[in-house]
Ligand binder design. Structure first.
Ligand code: FAD
Length: 427
């Protein structure tokens, strides 16, 4: 008889709540990861995120070897993989950490039903966030849809709880299953190593975060996003650090939880406007324009630098994400879903809740969004946040040779956007 710990968006041994509980099981624990074929099949064969997951699993596996254990890695349709595991093993218990995306919720419900039919017990835990969707609500129990009161409540609750407990799985390793499973190399999963790499996160640059975070040429953000996406770091550890060092940085981590609870309570936001009053906007959705945006050839240096950074590295600075997103929705009048999908394909830190939340914010269609009549001027954004052109020169080598004409005049595009929004919004 065995128990399983199922790794998903929590690719670490340290401070992993589900794993901590699994290792207290009376049965030996098999650590498991499943490469879901349905997701893999939709990705390019050198997808950098698959490389990152594989690297993270390799690291976990090396750590597990010290305890004479190793990861069991399966590839297939998740449901089928579990059916096979139930045939192969006498599975008494399955432990995993909760995932709040609509697709994941459905998948987990189906797997739990399967386990129940097999008389295996499943246990799920909160690990991905400090406060999950029902923990921070208004007095009437309804979810917050505006960030600032959400953040205030979050902080109130945070300061009211005792120091966050550290779960150290280290003491409990002996309960791991003591057999060695073959560890697949990347090619066996059907992928090749990507040239694009996830940057290691850093806190060294955060001392002036509040003053420097908006300047893309200054290397002053944490690069935590892919690590939080895949759980290679513990959110509790990061929040503890942020609470001690920098309130603005902490508030960014609260944005992450804000959008996660929005997605949980309003799953329609994945494809539809949060504010349905915006459903009538007549988007231009011009394919040629979209192509120029994707390839970073709009003629606006800040927009083009951002898109080229994204295409080459899988990352884009937050300020520039805001500028390119606004440009797509407002200047080009292309619906946010197109930009969201392009980011989803390219971003190493792609996270459904943050991506959809921020795209809808930029488009003006989301909860607590920028007002529709506020249209970023990409030239002014560049003057403000990249005054000496250091950032744009990194990504646009031809910049000094006289950069091309903007594909659309700002004043014209601004007026067109405001008029189009005005005409489309249902009062
Ligand atoms: P830091 O400034 O060091 O921030 C620390 C952490 O706080 C981030 O790693 C992230 O987890 C969180 N955070 C910061 N800003 C936000 C925010 N606005 N919303 C939610 N969480 C935030 N972030 C993603 O993680 N995945 C996405 O798919 C994503 N898509 C975005 C799309 C658009 C159009 C925009 C404008 C922003 C998007 N963001 C997304 C938010 C933000 O740009 C990135 O989290 C940030 O740039 C990552 O770099 P960092 O870790 O160095 O950030």
């Amino acid at each position: 008889a065995v128990s399983f710990f199922w790794f998903r968006r929590d690719l670490r041994l340290e401070d992993n709540i589900g794993l901590y509980h699994a290792l207290q099981s009376e049965y030996p624990v098999i650590p498991l990861f499943i490469f879901d074929e349905a997701i893999l099949d939709s990705l390019p064969k050198d997808d950098a995120r698959v490389t990152f997951i594989h690297e993270s699993l390799t690291q976990i596996n090396t750590q597990l070897h010290e305890f004479k254990s190793s990861l069991l890695i399966k590839k297939g349709k998740t449901q089928q993989v579990w059916k096979d595991l139930l045939d192969e093993f006498d599975v008494k218990e399955v432990f995993f950490n909760k995932d709040y995306e609509p697709f994941a919720i459905q998948r987990d419900e189906a797997i739990c039903q399967l386990l129940e039919r097999n008389q295996s017990i499943s246990y799920s835990f909160k690990d991905q966030v400090l406060f999950e969707e029902k923990e921070i609500t208004k007095a009437d129990g309804l979810p917050y849809t505006v960030y600032t009161p959400y953040k205030n409540k979050w902080l109130e609750k945070f300061h009211a709880i005792s120091p966050i407990r550290e779960y150290d799985a280290g003491d409990l390793f002996l309960n791991f299953y003591r057999s060695k499973f073959p560890f697949p190399i990347l090619e066996e999963i059907g992928f090749v190593e990507s040239a694009i790499k996830v940057k290691p996160y850093t806190f060294e640059t955060l001392s002036n975060y509040q003053d420097t975070r908006d300047f893309p040429a200054v290397d002053s953000t944490s690069y935590l996003s892919p690590h939080l996406r895949f759980g290679t770091v513990s959110i509790r550890k990061m929040i503890r650090f942020a609470a001690k060092t920098n309130a603005v940085f902490l508030s960014e981590l609260i944005w992450r939880e804000f959008f996660m609870q929005i997605l949980y309570h309003f799953p329609k936001v994945v494809t539809q406007n949060f504010k349905s009053a915006y459903d009538g906007i007549q988007w231009r959705n011009n394919e040629e324009d979209f192509k120029r945006w994707c390839t970073g050839t709009t003629g606006y240096p800040m927009v083009d630098a951002g898109m080229r950074q994204l295409n080459e590295t899988g990352y884009m600075h937050n300020r520039v994400r805001m500028v390119v997103a606004s440009f797509l929705c407002k200047h080009l009048l292309i619906q946010w879903q197109w930009g969201e999908a392009y980011f989803a394909e390219k971003l190493l830190d792609y996270d459904l809740s943050a991506n959809v939340g921020n795209w809808q914010w930029a488009a003006g269609t989301g909860c607590d969004a920028a007002p529709y009549f506020r249209v970023f001027n990409p030239e002014i954004q560049q003057q403000k946040f990249d005054e000496n052109g250091i950032y744009v020169r990194i990504w646009i080598p031809e910049f000094d040779l006289g950069y091309g004409e903007p594909m659309v005049d700002h004043a014209f595009a601004r007026d067109r956007a405001i008029a189009t929004y005005k005409a489309g919004i249902v009062k």
